[in-house]
Every structure is written in C-alpha cells, then in structure tokens.
Design a protein around this ligand. Structure first.
Ligand code: ARG
Length: 585
C-alpha cells in the first residue's frame, strides 16, 4: 500500500521552494511547526532575512507571492516580525487521513526509512544468581520501546542481553555446589520464584562458608581458575547456574509482557574467547599499554583524586579479564560480525564513565568511527516516595517481581471499580495489562536521563498523563464503534471540519513524523507525549462534536472514521512502546 506524505512534509516542500524562489542564492529551512494561531506556523524567514540582510516582513510578503494556494494550502498570511501562518484546506486534511486509514499494512501510511541501518541494542541485562531490581526494569522497558520504535522506522534491530554471567563469584558458588550436590533443582522442575529462591539460598550459604572458612576460600579461588581454563565439570555446574537464572529472568520478563529471545541472551561469558585477541590488538596498535603489569588505556580528560589519570583496565596484572574486556570484545563482534552501524547501550547512567572509556578506546582502535557509532542511553534512578533511591523498609533493594505484582494488584482495584460486569478472570487479565502498562508508561514518559519517583497511586490514576488514561480513551472509542452497529466509518472529504476535528486530524497526521523523531533521538518520552496529546485532543473532539448523533449520515460516518483512526493510532503507538490496549475496560 502506498505510503502517505504528511501534511507537514507537503507544506514544508512548498515553502522550501518558495524560499529558494525568493532568494535562490541562500538556502533556508522553513522551520514549520504546528501552531494555535493557524494550522502551521513557519519561522524560518527570520533566519533567511538575517542571511540575506533583508527586512523580514518584506521578505515574508515576497515569499507568500511565490506560494500557490489551492488544494493543500488554503491560506497563508504574514504575521508578527515575519512569520507565516498557514491554513490547510479541510479536504486535504481528510483526504490525507483517509489514505492513512486505507493503508492495509497496519503502518497508517507511514513510509519506511529510505536507508535503514543495523542497530544493536544492549538492554535487559540482569545478573546470574542475583535478584532483578528496578534498574533492570528501566533497561528492559526503555530498550524494548527503543527497539519497537526503531523497528517501525524500518531499521534492523538486533537485541543483546549482556547478562552478568561471569566473574569470580562463580568460584564460590560452583565450589559450594560441588560440596553440596543436589541443592540446585534442575531448571525444568522449577518455576521462576523457586529458581530464584534456590539461587538466593545457595548464594547466602556459600557466602557464609566463604567468609568463615579459609580452606573453602582457597578451594573457591582455585575453582575460579578451573572455570577460566574451561574445566569441563566446572563449566557444567556454571551452566546450571545460568540455566536456573534464566528460568527466573524469563518469568520476570513474562510478567513484564516482554519477549526476550534466547538467541539474543549473549552474556559476558560469550566474549571470553575473544578477549585475549582484543588485548593483543589493542597492545599492538599502541592503544593500550602495560602499566604495573596490567594492560591499560589512559585518557587525558579522565582523572581521579590527586589529578592522577584513571585508566581503563583491559587486562589485570594477574592476566584476568573483566567487564571492560568483555565490552570491548562485544564491540568487535557487533561491528564486524553483526555489521551494526549503531550500538546502543541502555544502562544505568552511573556506568557513564565506563562506557566513555570503552567507546573512546574502540574509536582509537578504529572499531568505532564516524559511520559506526556507539551511544550510552544512560538512565536515571528510580526513587521511592521519600525521593531517595528506592528501598524496602528494611533498607534492601526492592525486588522487581514484588513491585510488578503490587502494580497489577493496584490495577485490579481500579478495573474492578470501573467495570462491574467483568468476570474475575477478565479482571485479572485487564489488571495485568493496565498494571504493567502503567509501570512501563511511567518509566517511558520521563526522559531516560531523569530520576523519577515510583508512585503506584499516580501511575494507575485515570486522570493525567498515564497509560490508564490512554487505555480508557482507546476502550471508549472501541465501544462507540461497537455501538455504531452497521454504520461503518467512512471519510467524507467534502465535509467542513469543526475546529476540534481539525486539531485532532492534524495531530493524527503527525504520528509517523513523531515516531521517526522519537526514534532518531532515542526519546520514547516524545512518543508518550504525542499519545497523551492525541487522547486529549480526542476528548475535546468528543465533547464538541456529537458522533452517533451528528446531523447527517455522512457526518456520522466521517466522525466514526476519525474515531477509528484515533483508536488505530493509539493502539499502534502504545504497541511500539510495549503497552497493551484492551478492547474493553
Ligand atoms: N549486567 C550489568 C548490570 O546489571 C549491565 C550490563 C550492561 N551492558 C554492558 N554491555 N555492559 O549492571
């Protein structure tokens, strides 16, 4: 199905040619945006006037003389210091929307990117044998939303769940398991909760022995060496920990209504084999140097206390590799084997320094450059009601699972209150969609870098900028469409638009442009803001314009059509963010 050019694009093009017809020697962007005064306002003439040393109002008048009003632009006026106020013909708005509506591909007429690239997104990366916490929630939710938006633009995305599945703590765990066989039930026999409680128990027990018993400590240390040298029996036990953890991770991702592909779970350990090569390459190129036995990279602008340079440690003096080496090796894999041109890392902002050093090292090595770039999407902290990092009353980190369960429970209260005619099963199903949606939306609607307060009452509120508000808007439209019975939605471009219809229509037209912008800036909050505004504009439209009781049959069909397109746009936008829109609430 043919894709639809947005009205913004159409008008922009007309303005650009009018600008260059006016001053062929100077190029300028018309800087078009939606406006309250007219449909669009163009502010670009001010900059052009400056460059061309002309009076902006005179120049604007000249530009207007080069614009042909007609099918699309109904009217254009000079205003203020040299702005253009542009009004679109009603027919053009409706025809544009009708074309979107007719797109059978589910893309609402939004074209695919002309030159899509390959983006590897590193997100949802919990740690083996450890509980997941709110930080892992943010990475999963933001990463999944970025992926949804990028996929929609036509970008090819590859997920990488860089789970923490390697490190010295495994020596302790494996040694303990060897000495206490049978403590870890096979993954096939446990559910997520049992898996995590097994792991917790073993973690605590092995820690206690480790701290109390010098001989065990020594055996655990030797076990690390055995693990690193690939000893078969040791690796098998390590794999058991990983598999048991995956049962738990998957149960949480399930609860989060998020699909995590097993082949995209590629943890730190996957890069073990490549690490010596990474070190060798960096040393040969002179990017890394030996310092006190370790292989390190220095940076002029990264210094610690006493102004001493803080290096990135590629290889420790004892020959061991750590977090940096695995990330550097992962970059080589993602760039050279997966052919990515963009690498995204959705990781806590507190790891910024690590990524700054890793990316700079990779750039010096030539693995990253102007065409192959890496970006750390650093997210802020989830705070409790007291404005401090979220903790339980006992001062422990809040378990992600408990948090999600509580959100679903609160949502169940809201759903039960609203819909009296639902069965208990239906309530539970909706509650999951509302509760998880609420958690995701609250996370996505603030810019990733900012901290936010985890406030369930606010998150499941029916009023304000929440997913529940959007889900209700959607469900209300679906109910109107059901009530319409045999009357089908249909566009009638010959009709005159009410002001509230125009505002809604122009906003609907901007969906594709918004997703592209939000995807390019890695800013899911731009899409949530768009959707919130869409629901608000719809509410105004619904208040001002009777739908089923409109004055003529054409008017009824046309308004049903606006309703339906709004519903489709809402559900599409929400789905890109990983949020469901139930048919009834
Ligand atoms: N597992 C790490 C953590 O829980 C996050 C991993 C981030 N990804 C990466 N490539 N370093 O903090």
């Amino acid at each position: 199905m043919a894709s639809v050019t947005s009205l913004t694009d159409l008008v922009s093009k007309q303005l650009t040619s009018a600008l260059s017809a006016t001053r062929p020697e100077t190029s300028a962007d018309p800087l078009l945006r939606r406006s309250d005064r007219a449909d669009f306002q163009a502010n670009g003439i001010l900059a052009l006037a400056k460059k061309a040393k002309a009076n902006p109002r005179d120049l604007a008048t000249e530009v207007v003389s080069h614009i042909t009003t007609g099918d699309v632009i109904k009217d254009v006026e000079v205003s203020g210091p040299g702005f253009l106020n542009i009004t679109i013909a009603d027919r053009a708005v409706l025809e544009n929307l009708a074309a979107r509506y007719a797109d059978g591909t589910g893309r609402l007429g939004v074209p695919l990117a002309e030159n899509p690239g390959i983006t590897v997104i590193d997100y949802a990366q919990p740690n083996v044998a450890k509980e997941m916490h709110v930080g892992h929630l943010r990475s999963a939710v933001i990463g999944d939303a970025l992926r949804g938006m990028l996929d929609f633009t036509g970008e090819k995305t590859i997920g990488r769940h860089h789970i923490g599945d390697w490190g010295t703590q495994f020596g302790m765990l494996i040694q303990y398991l060897m000495e206490h066989p049978g403590e870890l039930a096979p993954p096939s026999e446990v559910d997520g909760d049992q898996a995590m409680s097994n792991l917790n128990r073993i973690y605590k027990a092995s820690r206690a022995v480790f701290d109390a018993d010098e001989a065990f400590k020594e055996r655990a240390r030797k076990r690390v060496v055995a693990l690193q040298s690939g000893d078969k029996e040791t690796l098998e036990l390590w794999q058991q920990f990983v598999d048991e953890s995956k049962v738990y991770f998957n149960s949480v991702f399930d609860k989060l209504d998020m699909e995590i592909r097993d082949d995209e779970i590629v943890g730190e350990s996957a890069y073990n084999e490549g690490m010596p090569e990474t070190a060798r390459l960096l040393e040969e190129m002179g990017v890394a140097e030996r310092s006190e036995g370790a292989l390190v990279v220095f940076f002029d602008d990264i210094r610690g206390k006493d102004d001493k340079p803080v290096p990135l440690i590629v290889q420790k003096a004892d020959g061991g590799f750590g977090y940096a080496a695995s990330d550097l090796t992962a970059i080589r894999n993602r760039v050279f084997d997966l052919h990515a041109d963009t690498l995204l890392y959705v990781v806590d902002v507190r790891q910024s320094l690590h990524f700054k050093m890793v990316f700079e090292t990779a750039r010096r090595a030539g693995w990253l450059n102007d065409d192959v770039t890496a970006h750390h999407i650093g997210f802020g902290t989830v705070l409790g009601a007291d404005g401090k990092p979220f903790k339980t009353r006992e001062g422990e980190t809040v378990r992600l699972k408990d948090l999600l369960d509580e959100a679903v429970q609160r949502a169940a209260e809201v759903v039960r209150e609203k819909a009296k005619d639902l069965t208990e099963e239906e309530i539970q199903e909706r509650a999951a969609q509302v509760g998880i949606g609420a958690v995701k939306y609250a996370d996505l609607s603030t810019s990733p870098t900012r901290d936010y307060k985890f406030d369930l009452d606010q998150m499941v509120s029916l009023n304000g900028d929440t997913s529940v508000y959007l889900q209700y808007a959607y469900a209300r439209i679906r109910s109107i469409l059901r009530k319409a019975g045999d009357v089908r939605p249909a566009a009638h471009p010959e009709l005159e638009l009410h002001e509230a219809e125009r505002a809604l229509g122009l906003h609907l037209d901007a969906f594709g442009d918004t997703v592209f912008e939000a995807a390019a800036e890695y800013a899911p909050h731009k899409l949530t803001a768009y959707l919130y505004q869409l629901a608000s504009l719809y509410t105004t439209f619904y208040d001002k314009c009777p739908v089923l009781k409109a004055e003529s049959p054409e008017q009824v069909e046309n308004r049903l059509f606006l309703c339906d397109l709004t519903a489709r746009t809402l559900t599409k936008g929400m789905s890109l963010l990983g949020i469901r829109t139930p048919e009834r609430l």
